[in-house]
Unconditional design. Structure first.
Length: 256
């Protein structure tokens, strides 16, 4: 009799397992299929991005070599190709290079537009903020309003932004150019007190504060002009002329 009971229980367990399999196997299979499709899609996307990065790299390097050879037209063509074939990073860098070519050809409005396009091309904070910064510098000498310039620079002065000290310096220069020395002084004072401010920027900020306090802020127009022409591809190091002007300003302020 015990054997009969065990046989019945075994049959019942077997039937339950079959029923569970019928109910759950399609669901489990569907989940596995979705996971497989997702993995294949991710692999395909990664491969596509790698391919675009390679194509952009080749075209971008060709543009750099053309620039070094003095072939602006060839460089422009190569950078256009890099922007079309490359990923977001290479598109942003290629647009900035094209903007530099436009500046060299005295096509400042075109350069501003290209820098603005570059800022939108990549989600990388450094590429984005650098492009916006360069665009704002060019606007300083292009007839733009102070409000338009501030709208570009002020977001770059938030904590943690990669171009914070340079954007704050440009903001101070813009306010000086529009005859707002008090507002400009505030920006420069923040630079003199900042923790992660490059020495060159801190020196220029100290010179600017000294000149504003001495009432000779209009003399800073030379710095504004120097910064607004052909903005650098990376956070700018001070030129000898800028350092000389800063040192002269400090000396003059100390004598008064």
């Amino acid at each position: 009799m015990t054997d009969v009971f065990e046989q019945v229980e075994e049959e019942i367990r077997s039937e339950r397992l079959k029923r569970l399999a019928r109910n759950w196997l399609p669901i489990v299979g569907g989940i596995l299929l979705v996971a497989l499709i997702g993995a294949l899609a991710w692999w395909g996307w990664q491969s596509f991005q790698t391919s675009r990065a390679h194509a952009g790299s080749v075209a971008y390097q060709r543009g750099v070599e053309a620039l070094q050879a003095g072939d602006s037209a060839g460089a422009e063509t190569a950078f256009v190709e890099a922007g079309e074939k490359g990923n977001g990073a290479y598109k942003a860098m290629a647009l900035q290079q094209r903007a530099g070519i436009a500046v060299a050809a005295n096509r400042v409005p075109d350069a501003i537009n290209l820098f603005d396009e570059a800022a939108k091309a990549s989600g990388d904070p450094i590429l984005h903020d650098t492009a916006v910064y360069k665009s704002a510098l060019l606007m300083l000498d292009s007839g733009a309003t102070l409000e338009a310039i501030e709208a570009k620079l002020e977001p770059l002065t938030e904590e943690g932004r990669p171009m914070l000290p340079f954007a704050r310096e440009a903001l101070g220069m813009a306010r000086l150019q529009f005859n707002k020395p008090a507002e400009a002084r505030e920006a420069f004072v923040l630079l003199t007190l900042g923790q992660d401010v490059p020495d060159s920027v801190r020196q220029r900020a100290q010179a600017a504060v000294s000149m504003i306090d001495a009432g000779i802020a209009p003399g800073l127009s030379a710095i504004v002009a120097a910064q607004s022409v052909n903005p650098p591809a990376a956070p700018p190091a001070p030129s000898p002329e800028q350092l000389a002007l800063a040192q002269a300003a400090q000396a003059q302020a100390a004598q008064q």
